[in-house]
Design a protein around this ligand. Structure first.
Ligand code: UDP
Ligand code: MG
Length: 319
C-alpha cells in the first residue's frame, strides 16, 4: 500500500507564483510512489490568489483549499493546514518557491528511515540582506541560551512531519504558536537536511523588521521565562552596589566630614534605576499580555470556505 501524503502550503498574496509553484510541486509529487493531496491555506489574501487557487483546483482533483476568514499570520495558517491534513506524513512548504520542492524526495527517504521530523536547514540564504542574516543569527543564539529546548538555527517551516508528530502539534492547545519552537519541543527523532534557499520567485517578503522583532519576542516569551527573572538579579546587584557605596560614603563622611557632594551622581542613579524598573515592568507586561491572551481561550482561526480535494486520496480504511 503506498503512502498518502499531505502537502500544506500557506498562501498570502502570492498570486504571481502560484501556478508555477503548483506545477513544480506536482512534478515532484508525481515522481514519488505516493498518493497525495495539496492543501492551500489562503491566509486572507487581498490579491488574486484565491481565484488562481480555484482555477488550479478546477484542473486538479488533488487540491484542497482552506480560506481563512482574514489574515491570521503564517503560524496560524499552518495550524489550519495541519488540522485538515489527512496524510500519513505532512510536508510543509512555502508557496514562493524559496523552498525547493525536489528536497521532498530526501525528506521521504529519511521519514521511511524512521525519522518523525525531517527539516531543511539553509546553508546559503541567497537574496536575503546581510542585516537579516546577522540579526537572525543573534536571535537564535539568544533564544537557545535562554530556552530549555534546542531550537535549530537557519531552519524554517519547510519540513516533513510524521503522523504522530502532526498529532502531537495539533494537540497543543496554545494560541501563541511559535512553530519553530514547537517542532523542536515535541521531540521524536529529528533530522536536518542542508539545502540552498533560493531568492523569492516573485512578490515580496511579508517580514518587515518590526514584524521580525515581534516574532523574536514571541519566540523568547514562548520558550523561556528567564527574562522574567532578570529583574531579581539586577535588583540584587544594584542593592549590593548601593550598600557598598553607602558604607563608603559613611566612612568618608566620618573621616573627612560632609562637603555636600554629588548632584550629578544622584541624577544618574535615579535615571538608571528608573530605566531599569520600566524595562522590567515592560518584560513582565509582555508575559502578562500573553497569559491574558491565552486565558481567553479564543478559537485559533475561522474558516471562510473549505474546499476539500475531490479525489479522496488514500484515506485510511477501516480494517
Ligand atoms: N504567509 C502567510 N501568512 C502571512 C505571511 C506569510 O501565509 O501572514 C506565507 C507566504 O505566502 C509564504 C510563506 O508564508 O508562502 C512565507 O512567507 P514569506 O515568503 O513572506 O517569508 P520569508 O520567506 O521571507 O521568511
Ligand atoms: Mg519566502
Amino acid at each position: 500500500m503506498s503512502d498518502f501524503l499531505s502537502v500544506v502550503v500557506p498562501v498570502y498574496n502570492e498570486a504571481p507564483v502560484l501556478s508555477e509553484f503548483h506545477a513544480q510541486m506536482c512534478e515532484v509529487m508525481n515522481a514519488t510512489d505516493c498518493t497525495y493531496e495539496i492543501i492551500y491555506i489562503d491566509d486572507g489574501s487581498t490579491d488574486e490568489s484565491v481565484d488562481t487557487l480555484n482555477s488550479i483546483r478546477d484542473d486538479d482533483d488533488k487540491v484542497a483549499i482552506i480560506e481563512l476568514s482574514r489574515n491570521f499570520g503564517k503560524e496560524i495558517a499552518l495550524s489550519a493546514g495541519l488540522d485538515h491534513a489527512r496524510g500519513d506524513a505532512v510536508i510543509i512548504i512555502d508557496s514562493d518557491l524559496q523552498d525547493p520542492p525536489e528536497l521532498v524526495h530526501t525528506f521521504l527517504r529519511e521519514w521511511r528511515g524512521g525519522y518523525d521530523v525531517v527539516y531543511g536547514k539553509r546553508v546559503d540564504r541567497r537574496g536575503e540582506s546581510r542585516m537579516k542574516i546577522l540579526t537572525a543569527k543573534w536571535f537564535y543564539r539568544t533564544l537557545n541560551y535562554l530556552s530549555d529546548v534546542e531550537i535549530p538555527e537557519d531552519v524554517g517551516d519547510f519540513r516533513l512531519l510524521s503522523r504522530r508528530a502532526v498529532d502531537a502539534l495539533v494537540s497543543l492547545p496554545e494560541r501563541h504558536r511559535y512553530m519553530k519552537g514547537l517542532y523542536a519541543w515535541i521531540g521524536f527523532p529529528q533530522k536536518s537536511i542542508p539545502y540552498v534557499r533560493q531568492p523569492r520567485e516573485a512578490g515580496r517578503t511579508k517580514w518587515s523588521y518590526w514584524r521580525l522583532w515581534n516574532f523574536a519576542l514571541e519566540g523568547i516569551t514562548s520558550f523561556s521565562d528567564v527574562p522574567l527573572k532578570v529583574a531579581t538579579y539586577i535588583g540584587i546587584v544594584t542593592s549590593g552596589v548601593a550598600i557598598i557605596y553607602g558604607l563608603f560614603l559613611l566612612v568618608r563622611t566620618l573621616i573627612w566630614g560632609n562637603p555636600v557632594p554629588g548632584y550629578p551622581s544622584l541624577i544618574i542613579v535615579m535615571l538608571f534605576l528608573g530605566g531599569v524598573q520600566l524595562i522590567c515592568l515592560g518584560i513582565i507586561g509582555e508575559y502578562l499580555a500573553r497569559t491574558y491572551q491565552e486565558s481567553k481561550l479564543r478559537t485559533l482561526y475561522f474558516v471562510k470556505g473549505y474546499h476539500p480535494a475531490s479525489s479522496p486520496g488514500q484515506v485510511a480504511e477501516p480494517e
